[in-house]
Design a protein around this ligand. Structure first.
Ligand code: GDP
Length: 339
């Protein structure tokens, strides 16, 4: 009797065991893959446990892909570009594509802006493409962790090209940079303000800078922008993988320059595989995520600790009033946490 109740509730919850999820993912079952990603994004501790086991199962089957990060200000043409590049790869290179997104603003708006299926009409109905919008809840750290684990699942499901989209407005690029092999920055040819439209730091971490919307009346402006960006990247410190970032233009809407971008990505891959920096980078990224996760988890546990919470406000006011040194207060709170 108990068993059948369990069975019914499992069916109702639409959940499977980690092994069942794994088997479905390995077969490339999209529905199971989507459900598994939902578990990864869930804050429910039971879901997290299943997700953890599932990620472990998938890990040995992951890694066999090129992971590409795509960023740029809203309106630069990221989704149009992904639609164009994705269709090109599927139609002419026989690839399959997973499109994921990290959108830190989706938490505020309550919906996902990036990776939205309605923005990629052609790809969203293509059986060789899998599109997953940004997780819409949690901190940027949580969203990034979910995306990183989603990459592992998608690779285990056989996707060999992973595109990760993010908005070029802040911290999310650094998170994306730490989980991709190649980082592409899409830019617009502006009216003389090329280098101000986007933070210099983001340009420094890009492996490719492409001026989108290089079509119609924009062609001359795009050529000028290319020259300016080429000059600008000369001043950046050299990459230790020996790659010199490429600057060029494209028109996502007219499918111009899309094959060239793919050639750039291929030559990046060839060079970095040859000199081993491709694998070294992935190792360093894994190390980064280990440290990053420990840092975040310790902090979360500290502030969630009831004893710490009880004492924090009191010590905080003493510190603000100047009757207690911040260092002594911090030590006291850490002692409370450790006890
Ligand atoms: P996103 O916010 O970066 O994802 O930008 P979208 O892909 O939604 O594009 C924003 C607008 O720019 C849309 O109206 C697109 O049709 C247009 N757009 C995108 N790529 C191009 C392009 O290569 N040339 C031109 N002329 N317009 C483009």
């Amino acid at each position: 009797m108990k068993k059948s109740i369990n069975k019914i509730s499992i069916q109702k919850r639409n959940e499977f065991t980690p092994d069942e999820y794994f088997a479905g993912i390995k077969k490339g079952n999209r529905t199971i893959l989507s459900k598994a990603i939902t578990l990864i994004e869930s804050s429910n501790s039971k879901h997290q446990k299943i997700a953890e086991q599932l990620v472990e199962l998938c890990l040995p089957f992951s890694g066999n892909s090129i992971r590409i990060g795509i960023t740029g200000v809203p309106g630069v043409g990221k989704s149009t570009f992904i639609e164009s590049l994705g269709s090109y790869l599927i139609d002419t290179k026989n690839k399959n594509i997973a499109v994921l997104a990290i959108d830190p603003s989706s938490k505020k708006t309550g919906g996902s802006i990036l990776g939205d299926k309605t923005r990629m009409n052609k790809l969203s109905v293509n059986s060789n493409a899998f599109i997953r919008p940004s997780p819409s809840s949690g901190t940027l750290g949580g969203v990034a962790k979910a995306t990183r684990e989603t990459i592992i699942l998608c690779e285990a499901a056989g996707f060999e090209t992973i595109l990760i989209e993010t908005v070029g407005v802040g911290q999310s690029e650094i998170e994306v940079k730490s989980m991709v092999d190649f980082f592409l920055l899409l830019m617009l040819a502006g009216a003389g303000d090329e280098l101000q439209g986007i933070k210099r730091g983001i340009m420094e971490i890009a492996d490719g800078i492409f001026i989108n919307k290089a079509d119609g009346n924009n062609m001359i402006k795009a050529k000028i922008a290319i020259r300016e960006y080429k000059n600008a990247i000369h001043l950046f410190p050299a990459n230790n993988n020996n790659w010199i970032p490429k600057v060029s233009s494209c028109s996502a809407i007219e499918n111009e320059g899309i094959s060239e971008i793919w050639e750039v990505i291929e030559s990046f891959k060839n060079l970095t595989i040859q000199n081993s920096s491709f694998y070294e980078n992935r190792k360093q990224q894994a190390k980064f995520w280990l440290e990053h996760t420990i840092n975040i988890s310790i902090k979360e546990e500290f502030y969630a600790n009831d004893n710490v919470k009880n004492k924090l406000t009191e010590l905080e006011s003493k510190v603000i009033e100047g009757t207690l040194s911040p260092f002594k207060a911090a030590k006291e709170l850490l002692d409370i946490f450790k006890s």
